[in-house]
Design a protein around this ligand. Sequence first.
Ligand SMILES: NC(=O)c1ccc[n+]([C@@H]2O[C@H](COP(=O)([O-])OP(=O)(O)OC[C@H]3O[C@@H](n4cnc5c(N)ncnc54)[C@H](O)[C@@H]3O)[C@@H](O)[C@H]2O)c1
Ligand SMILES: [Fe+2]
Length: 371
Amino acid sequence: MTSQARPIRIHQPRRVEYGTGTAAEIGAWARDQGFTRILVLTQAVVAPMLDRLALPGHVTVFDGVEPEPDTTNLDAALAAARAAAPDLVVGFGGGSVMDMAKLVTVLRGGQMLADVVGPNRVTGRQNALALVPTTAGTGSEAGIRALVTDAATLNKLAVESPFLLADMVAMDPALTMSVPRAVTAATGIDAMAHCVEAFTNRKAHPLIDGFARMGIALVAANLPRAVADGSDADARAALLLGAYYGGICLGPVNTAAGHALAYPLGTRLKLPHGLANAIIFPHVLAFNQPVAPEKTAEIAAALGLDPANLLAEASRWCRALGVEMRLSAQGATEADLPGWAAEAHAIRRLMDNNPRDMSVEDVLQIYRAAL
Ligand SMILES: NC(=O)c1ccc[n+]([C@@H]2O[C@H](COP(=O)([O-])OP(=O)(O)OC[C@H]3O[C@@H](n4cnc5c(N)ncnc54)[C@H](O)[C@@H]3O)[C@@H](O)[C@H]2O)c1
Ligand SMILES: [Fe+2]
């Protein structure tokens, strides 16, 4: 079978609204659907914008979702969901919030988290789900995965199921105007990393390559603009779309070594997901270059980088966005690195996707180069 004809399955939300002011479509849709008990998961920083959803009926707000939530935080959200007994759950926030809304939706009925981790183990769900991103990064609104940190082991647990797919998504760039510069940069590079890691993936597929190319072009052209001027509405809108395309890339192809290496930095060093990925991004891009020269050249061209000097150039691109790229400046020490390298190397669900085999020693060398 040619690689063009290889079967692939893509899930997308049932309905997607995109553009300024579309947040209000959530309320109109909820009214049309006859939902009367709505639970909103969110965070205090974005909760003041909630009225833009124009939600009808009885609305309960749980604003205690933590950035990079763990299982303890999930338990609190689940308790709130069981008390509220909603017919609609709305995730209103960044990836942290949207992933919690997805998990609450499928766990309320009684399945335990341990029983649903991995692909296709969820058996059903109890409420409709609407997702409204307020960062332009994870693309979680597009997809069938949700992540939560195990409070005991600090491993990131990934649940994957079509039951995690949103019935309704509103991508309203007006909601992202307040994202601080550093978060804009880090989440934007995360979106870029989703596209790049899917594009150069061992499981790369022409259907996904198209989305990846669009996402790479949008983020490359607009992230520097949004970082320079957070009120640039066109750049904010373009980034939201780029993040969505990255989310589509995550579905059937997913990320690879970049995200695997970023995970210990998130869970052990407590770096935000986007920042951890930004620090790793140039290193894995350059590491994979020898086995994916054409696609890497396309990525370099979109970013305006010289492919002959990719590690330095891509690092410079990230630094120009204000990202502190040195792990040591984030609190890491040489002694931390071997343990993280073993941990990252063991995340086979992602490492096995990488187009070039990466040994534990390779991972350690990357961490050392990033220190
Ligand atoms: N489901 C997926 O497919 C997927 C993909 C990638 C990442 N993730 C997960 O998503 C999480 C990270 O999500 P994220 O990068 O969006 O970060 P986040 O949701 O933690 O948000 C980052 C920070 O920005 C703040 N914030 C959010 N919106 C804001 C706004 N409009 N104005 C001002 N501040 C705002 C948040 O309060 C937080 O402090 C991680 O847990 C990661 O594992 C999931
Ligand atoms: Fe990511």
